[in-house]
Design a protein. Structure first.
Length: 74
């Protein structure tokens, strides 16, 4: 996944292959791992990263479950 970060910085989130039932946890863990240095330095707030992960997971849920009709094992 990619998108615009603060200041127009392009971010890419690489989770690898994940079953539909585990994507939410994997996305959150990978996001925190990739941003750990910015969180430790105080450049990013961990609560904001968690909020953004939740927002992204909501969008992915809509795409995977509602639009593509995937089940947890897919």
């Amino acid at each position: 996944m990619s998108g615009e970060g603060e200041g127009g910085e392009r971010l890419i989130l690489r989770t690898g292959v994940v079953v539909a039932g585990a994507y939410a946890d994997r996305v959150r863990r990978v996001l925190f791992a990739q941003l750990s240095q910015k969180i430790k330095s105080g450049e990013l707030d961990a609560r904001e990263v968690a909020r953004a992960a939740g927002e992204l997971n909501t969008i992915l849920y809509e795409a995977f479950v509602r639009n593509l009709a995937l089940s947890k094992g897919d």
